[in-house]
Design a protein around this ligand. Sequence first.
Ligand SMILES: Cc1cc2nc3c(=O)[nH]c(=O)nc-3n(C[C@H](O)[C@H](O)[C@H](O)COP(=O)(O)OP(=O)(O)OC[C@H]3O[C@@H](n4cnc5c(N)ncnc54)[C@H](O)[C@@H]3O)c2cc1C
Length: 502
Amino acid sequence: MNFYKDHYDAILIGGALAGLSSAIQLAESGKSVLILEQHNLPGGIATSFVRGGVEIEAALHEMMEIGDKNDRRRIRKVLESHGVEVDWLPVPDAYRLMLPGLDKTFHPGFERFASEVEEICPGSKDLVLEFLEFCRECSESATSLSDEMKSVLHILRHHLPFVRTLGYSAGEVMDAFRLPDKVRDILSPYWVYVGSPISELPFTVYAVIMNEYIGHGAFIPKKTSHELSLKLAERAEALGVQIEYRQRVSKILVREGKVTGVRTERGDEIRSSLVISGAYPHTVYRSMIEPASEVPQEARKMVHSRVMNLTAFSVIMILDQPKEALNLADYCYFNAGSMDSDHLYEEMKKLHGERYTASICMNAANPGSTPDGTCSFSITMMPRVEAWQGVRPEDYDAVRHELASELIDDIGRRLGINFREHILEVVIETPVTFAHYVGSPYGGVYGYKHAMDDHTVARTMKPEAEAFISGLYFTGAHGAGGDGMAPVIGNGFHVAKRILGK
Ligand SMILES: Cc1cc2nc3c(=O)[nH]c(=O)nc-3n(C[C@H](O)[C@H](O)[C@H](O)COP(=O)(O)OP(=O)(O)OC[C@H]3O[C@@H](n4cnc5c(N)ncnc54)[C@H](O)[C@@H]3O)c2cc1C
């Protein structure tokens, strides 16, 4: 087709947060860049939709590494340095934790958070502060080393706590600090945002999350995550990136171990010796490489060995009362029968097992996000991808409605609210929604599982170990830095910098 050039320096598959970030970095270095996005909008999961005249956030609960204007964190700085300005709003609380015998709201800021833990667990404040400060130190090391590689000697001299904890899980470091059980419970809820139980979650990842969410607080874009996606897309186009929507890439063309271009679903062949895929390695190596004989054995092995992370099931409601009338004072509500993450992770294999839900009242951070006199409340559970594999297509509708009803009633009982009496609009998102919308295998939304034997630091520091076809790169939640909107933006810029040799 003639609206494509004969050749591009780089072709990106997918115009979501990671792909857009890579494109901006490459275009700033004068590269000609084409993004092929299968939908009519940028952003992938970072999007919104309209129901009953209300714009509804499709996914985002909270973003880390943003910070306010006086405490600009890494991703805010990166975005601003590339000309992407977003109207950020702070999230007021860290979380309201609802466990049997415990119902308390905790707030960001180490001192305030530790004082709130002290109210529940007298005598724990100093230990909690010491632990959080240790998280801060390791997190700052991880962030600075991911920005700039240093010599081994420098790392040993200046980042010793980071090095010493690299081989340990969050659970093992909590053991070393001898945190009492109740304190551990209070310090654990965020594991569900990365999908690895505390015993398997690399401490490095945990430390970054605690430092960012508790130390600096979470943020959301005022006009939903779609604002973030649109701003990135606008910036990319201003830099000359060509974005073509409704163009699904079906094949990546390879000859003698080198990428030569792509073919879209409608049959256009476009040339480039550099393809950056937002589609998962699972999908690319199983069905997109042409000819299939060009898929190296190592790539197949890598795909087989990697564990898909969690998927999501969300019920988003617009309610006919303001949040105050419903006593929804907080933003984030974590609700579970216990904080035994190994047990909950096992239960996530089942649709009707013991549940761990994360609920959000968007109006607590963004009062104007729904019309006056209304508010929104979403309930999300994170099943493992296996949980949905037994659902037959003919049962799908009944299963999702039954599950949504259970979630609404569970949290309603816990909060003492009969949500059913107040629903103006309700939307149910399932793993099928995500598989359909972004093409992720099994509807995964968190990339690959972070685990001690598949460690994000090792993957970040040795990217060449996964470079199986010359000129083929990956960017997104399935990348080394893992899932989440801030990590994928970081990953997007990072991949492009690596390609540019920066
Ligand atoms: C319910 C829910 C809640 C979440 N909450 C949070 C949160 O609170 N905080 C947080 O930080 N993160 C959260 N996340 C995770 C976060 O949304 C994702 O990690 C992140 O948005 C993934 O971005 P990505 O760039 O990897 O691409 P994706 O959003 O996965 O998009 C991939 C893009 O590639 C396109 N594409 C794929 N294949 C092709 C093809 N063959 N041809 C053309 N285009 C293609 C897709 O259309 C899509 O645009 C949440 C996710 C969900 C589902």
